[in-house]
Design a protein around this ligand. Structure first.
Ligand code: ADP
Ligand code: MG
Length: 283
């Protein structure tokens, strides 16, 4: 990876923070998130408290509908907790901000903008000059190895390429935290593994905090330092599992004893929670 990218990135962060040591710590304190009211009340997240340390790679794992996206969106600032607070580097989250980059499952690139323009969007909003924007965008495009497609429109790209552009676009805002909501969920198995390895490389180089939502146990174990398992609705964190597997992670790891043991443990939680969710819907 281009060393200049890292130094531009680090300098920009330092500049933004006025020299302060803000490195992407997340504190979720007594957060409940309730949608609707009366008979339509839906408790998506209940009484959740946890801390994510700077530079940590945390996966939020749980069955469909358990509140993973809602919890992630509360860190992103798209959803306001009904009670409790979310803090990023001691500042209460009051809305979306460039300190937190977001990558969704569905490709959320602007289809009418070229790849380069998509990546330059954040820097442009932040008031960078056209030259600066194009230099930042080109640097991040090179980082993801897609310089050749700078002037292509998203609709002409494969799903994997679109997600690479999505990651580059999020990083070009110089965030301290990268929030990812099932970003590889729509990709084929082979592309998915390559994307996971590429994401781990970026994370290792950047030292950025990553919060990654998935319902895929293998994906969570392969990526994470720590897995937060969520319960079926109303969602809360029922297990906080440390993943002590060596890095850099290689796909062969999936057959190792430690991986398989952790997988059994996660599957046990997920199965119990999925059954609960299934029964709730059936009731
Ligand atoms: P997951 O990401 O784990 O699949 P979500 O966080 O999307 O789960 O949803 C958790 C619960 O909150 C679900 O019951 C869902 O229907 C509900 N929910 C999510 N977003 C909204 C919303 N904007 N308005 C109303 N209900 C919502
Ligand atoms: Mg979701």
């Amino acid at each position: 990876m281009n060393a200049d990218v890292i130094s531009i990135y680090k300098n920009k962060i330092a500049e933004k923070n006025g020299g302060q040591e803000k490195r992407g710590r997340i504190d979720i304190e007594g957060v409940s998130i309730i949608f609707g009211s009366g008979a339509d009340e839906n408790i998506a997240v209940t009484e959740t408290s946890l801390t994510i340390n700077p530079g940590e790679f945390v996966c939020i794992l749980g069955p469909s509908g358990c509140g993973k996206s809602t919890l992630l969106n509360s860190i992103a600032g798209y959803v306001t907790p009904s009670s409790g607070t979310v803090l990023v580097d001691d500042d209460e989250v009051a809305g979306p901000g460039p300190d937190r980059g977001m990558v969704f499952q569905q490709y959320s690139l602007f289809p009418w903008k070229t790849v380069l323009e998509n990546i330059a969007f954040g820097p442009k909003l932040a008031g960078c000059s056209p030259d600066e924007c194009s230099s930042i965008a080109n640097t991040f495009l090179a980082m993801i190895g897609l310089t050749k497609i700078a002037n292509t429109f998203p609709g002409e790209l494969s799903g994997g390429m679109q997600q690479r552009v999505g990651i580059a676009r999020a990083l070009a805002n110089y965030p301290r935290v990268l929030l990812m909501d099932e970003p590889f969920g729509a990709l084929d198995a082979q592309t998915r593994i390559m994307m996971q390895e590429s994401l781990l490389n970026i994370w290792a180089e950047f030292g950025i905090t990553v919060v990654f939502v998935t319902h895929d146990v293998d994906e969570a174990i392969f990526l994470a330092d720590r897995i937060l398992v969520m319960s079926a609705s109303p969602g809360s964190v029922i297990a906080d599992l440390k993943v002590n597997l060596e890095r850099p992670r290689k796909p062969e790891l999936a057959t190792s004893h430690d991986f398989v043991e952790l997988k059994k443990q996660c599957l046990g939680y997920i199965r119990a929670e999925s059954l609960k969710a299934f029964e709730q819907v059936g009731a």
